[in-house]
Ligand binder design. Structure first.
Ligand code: NPW
Ligand code: ADP
Ligand code: K
Length: 502
């Protein structure tokens, strides 16, 4: 159930289900039923319900909801953007099932309604919302009524999560078969309230046949690739992660990443430190080791030892030629690589160099972890990025342009692979936005890759574990707290895996 369907994939699933013998009106009836159930779940007495119906099938769902709620004894008013005789197909049929009055949508006010069912626009939203719907949406958002959106809050683009002019702020959203990217991407996610997925008879096999490439990021996506504790294992079997440190006044970021890599399960972790910063690093490290490494040349020397199998390069490393050369040395030495912060910025304006470096690295892949600023410096000019309609499409275009797995960070982090797979993360709490948490993320992903977890899976798992660690700690979090929460996250993950037999 982790797949996220675009509006056109949903339409294809709908079409195939209808072709398989389930009439469209039956799907609409089930959709309306699922929405009505959500409203009824709240009812302790007679409710005053406004059902706001648009001109398409989203409105059709609304007429079904209106009929079912009225039948259950609630006081229902239908307000429609177009008169029922202008509806077509299944929506027209659904409207014929509504015996009550149909009032105009224009000028609707929230007076006295307990519940608003938003069935104005769903997957068919095609342009920005204008008058008179804009003022109706403003009235919905100002009202005290409980708002239940059908499929997506009207005004939210289901594919991109964008607000098209203005959008309903729902308390609950009932969608069908699977969630859509717009339920997870911002700002869409903030408009949905709680999202329920209703089964309307579109089978898992029908969804599987669509070849969907986008998923919500959750353990089901990568748990079978997680490194497992092995009774016969020893530390050398769990990889040796190297994290490069900046100079004497810029060492903290590498230590944060290093500790996170160790907590993520790497058998050993070494901070590769400029010689003049070794004393500072050594004074603050215990389980993590330190080694003097002087720039790209020094890195090439230590990579003569095949046991150093993964590297995190970038946190506070410095922007410029030397950092770029360190990245190239690591890639040429065929190590698993996580590139963050300064390592990314060192390739700004040099996408061809980045591509060359990535494609010379190990086939299992390179992971790039830009935040929005680093992303635009690096990929602003990349093919497909400027034209992309959403964060999801931008991350995908960047992965294709670089050949690397791209983790485009933020409250709705998108992880995209060059082969087109992508995942949207949703477990990161807002208190994760604090200095140094990005360094920790790079370390977690590096730690998983040191254990030979494939790049895309390691990136998805790392992002999820990072969010789960922050959620487990709670508000007041600082970056140092994150690695210390990983044991709890691991325990929960492993319990989940053993309980589901995976
Ligand atoms: N697929 C499935 O499996 C199932 C789908 N189901 C339901 O169907 C919904 C999709 O229905 P849909 O395709 O008819 O689109 P919908 O959102 O009703 O809007 C289209 C209408 O709005 C209009 N319009 C668009 N933008 C506008 C704007 N800014 N301002 C003004 N007008 C605008 C547009 O006009 P046009 O662009 O043609 O001029 C057209 O008339 C889906 O969300 C779900 O609820 C369920 O029944 C269960 C099975
Ligand atoms: N509003 C937010 N809600 C949840 N997570 C966030 C939010 N803003 C940022 N993050 C996460 O916090 C981390 C910040 O990383 P980054 O921007 O590299 O910071 P730093 O360079 O200080 O380490 C990323 O994992 C990002 O996804
Ligand atoms: K809607």
């Amino acid at each position: 159930m982790l797949e996220l369907l675009t509006c056109s994939e949903m339409a294809a699933a709908d079409g195939r289900t209808i072709a398989g013998g389930t009439p469209g009106i039956v799907l609409m009836e089930r959709a309306g039923q699922a929405v009505a159930e959500r409203v009824l779940a709240r009812a302790s007495g007679r409710l005053r319900v406004a059902v706001l119906c648009g001109p398409g099938n989203n409105g059709g769902d609304g007429y079904v909801v209106a009929r079912l709620l009225a039948k259950s004894g609630h006081d229902v008013a239908v307000h429609a953007l177009v008169p029922p005789d202008r509806l077509r197909g299944d929506a027209a049929e659904a409207a014929r099932g509504w015996a009550g009055a149909v009032l105009p949508l224009e000028g609707w006010t929230a007076d006295g309604f307990d519940v608003v069912v938003d069935a104005i626009f769903g997957a068919g939203l095609a342009r920005d919302i204008a008058a008179p719907v804009d003022s109706v949406i403003a009235a919905v958002n100002e009202s005290r009524a409980h708002v239940v959106a059908v499929d997506v809050p009207s005004g939210i683009d289901g594919d991109t999560g964008a607000v098209r002019g203005c959008a309903v702020e729902a308390d609950e959203t009932v969608t069908f078969a699977r969630r859509k990217p717009g339920h997870l991407l911002l700002p869409g996610r903030m408009h949905c309230g709680r999202v329920h997925v209703a089964d309307i008879g579109i089978t898992d096999a029908t969804v599987a046949d669509l070849g969907v490439r986008t998923a919500a990021n959750a353990p089901g996506l990568w748990s079978d690739m997680l490194p497992r504790p092995d009774a016969a294992g020893h530390k050398y079997k769990r990889g040796h992660l190297v994290v490069a440190s900046g100079g004497p006044s810029r060492t903290g970021a590498a230590r944060l990443a290093a500790r996170a890599g160790l907590r993520a399960g790497a058998g050993l972790v070494t901070v590769a430190s400029p010689p003049d910063a070794v004393a500072i690093n050594a004074a603050q490290l215990t389980a993590v080791m330190v080694r003097p490494v002087d720039g790209a040349e020094g890195l090439a020397d230590i990579l003569g030892d095949a046991r150093f199998n993964a590297l995190v390069l970038g946190p506070a490393l410095g922007v410029g030629e030397e950092t770029r050369r360190m990245v190239e040395v690591a890639a040429a030495a065929q190590r698993h690589l996580v590139l963050d912060a300064d390592a990314l910025t060192s390739f700004a304006g040099n996408l061809a160099g980045l591509w060359q470096m990535v494609t010379s690295a190990v086939p299992s892949g390179v992971v790039l972890t830009p935040h929005e600023g680093e992303f635009s410096r690096l990929f602003g000019e990349a093919e497909g990025v400027a034209q992309a309609r959403s964060k999801l499409e931008r991350a995908r275009a960047a992965a294709a342009a670089s050949g690397a797995v791209v983790v485009l960070k933020g409250p709705d982090t998108v992880i995209a692979a060059p082969d087109g797979r992508a995942a949207i993360n949703e477990n990161a709490p807002p208190w994760l936005a604090t200095a140094g948490t990005g360094d920790v993320l790079a370390g977690i992903i590096g730690g998983l890759m040191a254990q030979e977890m494939p790049a895309f899976a390691a990136a998805c798992a790392g992002v999820w574990m990072h969010g789960a660690a922050a959620a487990a700690f709670g508000p007041g979090l600082i970056a140092e707290d994150l690695p210390e929460m990983l044991p709890r996250v691991w325990r929960e993950l492993l319990e989940l895996l053993f309980s589901t037999g995976n």
